[in-house]
Design a protein around this ligand. Sequence first.
Ligand code: DMJ
Length: 406
Amino acid sequence: ALDTLAVMSNHTEFRRVYTLLSESKNHFDANINVSVFETNIRIVGGLLAAHLLARRCGVEVEPGWPCNGPLLRMAEDVATRLLPAFDTETGMPFGTVNLRHGVPKGETPITCTAGVGTYIVEFGALSRLTGNLIFEETAMRAMKSLWHSKSTIGLLGNHIDVQTGKWTATDAGIGAGVDSFFEYLVKGSSLLQRPELMHIFKESRSAIEQYLNHDDWYFWVNMKQGGVTMPVFQSLEAFWPGILSLVGDTQSAMKSIHNYHQVWKQYGFLPEFYNVAQGAVSSKREGYPLRPELVESAMYLYRATKDPFLLTVGEDMLKSIEHSTRTNCGYATVRDVRDHALEDRMESFFLAETTKYLYLLFDTDNFIHNSGNTATVLNTPYGECIVEAGGYVFNTEAHPIGKYMK
Ligand code: DMJ
């Protein structure tokens, strides 16, 4: 939530937390098993974003910033502890690593697609800032290895054995277990100027449109033959119109977001799974854990089109969240979108993502909407450095990574 404070201009609170973090020691030298994916998107991404926003929040940064700084060192430390997970036959990572001892003995080699291909934004930024190329190279190797494992019709499955490269779950879709791989092809290509990533995105999108798209919903299909296995829309898939708007296809994006908004209107929230054929919530997937994806897409699309319908989407979300999920000490997960029963749980992505994207949808003059027309030139011991030169790229946890050039 640290960079959410920066986005909302609460600089004093940002500096207080920044100082607490900077003064903590050996934070990551712990004998605990963590998810490689979640640690990357939440911890590495959060630290990098806060590091890059520190100067504009009034922190007295170190000489050589943005290539120096306590939060950058912490990000490098924790990312280094994730690297042993990538030491596999294919270069694709295990899903879990011990922060002190590496991959736990007997760890399963089965990782989901998103867990393999969601590192290039954080690892790329880390390499470019520190000069240590290992991170970017490791993330690229995993992504390429994954892409080489695609089926003959160009689709990826849901889970893969990272030692043998064999798929163990063969449903192809754009939602749970897969989503952010596609997101990082687009964002990685933009942040790091790597056209090969956009090329992979374009190829994978054409297979997605051919086999998954049914009336602007994206179903789950068998990765080998392309036949529909589940005519289901998942709440996580609502990130897709945002990605389409980033690649310039606002028309397709608007069609899908209209579909998703209809589901929101039906229940006042998005259920985790919605069976499109039945027009009803899928059983045991009826919750809404305050997810950001719908407003994330609305924010990108509003920036691109200024279509007031997108403000309506944000307003509907804001009203439902305020009306039904607000409690005395936070906002609660909706257990069942049909009766709005709540559960005692608030995911960290509510503060990192949902509130931030809602704020940014309506705050059209926010500094984060910098399209790259303005920049700041810094003189550092390493030479001239141009920061905030090409806008910001949000990682998949909504941590904005500012672009810079040396
Ligand atoms: C977030 O943790 C990330 O956006 C991730 O990629 C999948 N979605 C959740 C929030 O819904």
